[in-house]
Design a protein around this ligand. Sequence first.
Ligand SMILES: [Zn+2]
Length: 236
Amino acid sequence: MTDLDALKDEVFRANLELVRLRLVTGTWGNASGIDRSRGVVVIKPSGVDYDSLTPGEMAVVDLEGREIGGGLRPSSDTATHLEIYRSFQGVGGVVHTHSVHATIFAQASREIPCLGTTHADHFLGAVPVTRFLSEAEVRGDYERETGRLIIERFQGLDPLATPGVLVAGHAPFSWGAHAADAVHNSMVLEQVARLALGTFALDPGIAPLPAYIQEKHYRRKHGPDAYYGQGNNRRS
Ligand SMILES: [Zn+2]
């Protein structure tokens, strides 16, 4: 199996995992992965049912979005994925879903504050929300502008410590070291949104978890002082 075939297989599995985890409805979602040494991105083809998807049909593009490799036409969200790859070094996989609870926060243009350790274990600080795109941005290169909007929101933030975002009025994007990691982070983001929504229902005035508890939970799993788990980079 070539390196490209291996990446296609990995991205194929990541897309099916989105279905298994119930993070996508219909065809509303996509996962991609990048081989930075070759400058190629593999992504779900546009509008194809997950049921009939095969690894060989995965679309292949370069970082400028040019189709290579003879697969199917890439997802319409490809330009957003590419902006994230170009700007966030260290990201090897990107996922977009309309998972219900995270999308509820996106539609309300509300960030998800860190209310508990489930959140703190995986995301450092609040999951941010972008501004709305302007009319000119929407009439222009919409998907690329969505990517630029995400990059703009991460000015001053570390995308590897906060591996996801809510695009206002739209839905979440998440990313990770590789495609499966990005899927994992999209699942965590959905769970964190669900927990936060329920917590707000019980106590609309709830304050974020104290910063020293947030820091403790994040740092015991990430960075040089991490001690949780078996000494590898697994995140569970
Ligand atoms: Zn979408």
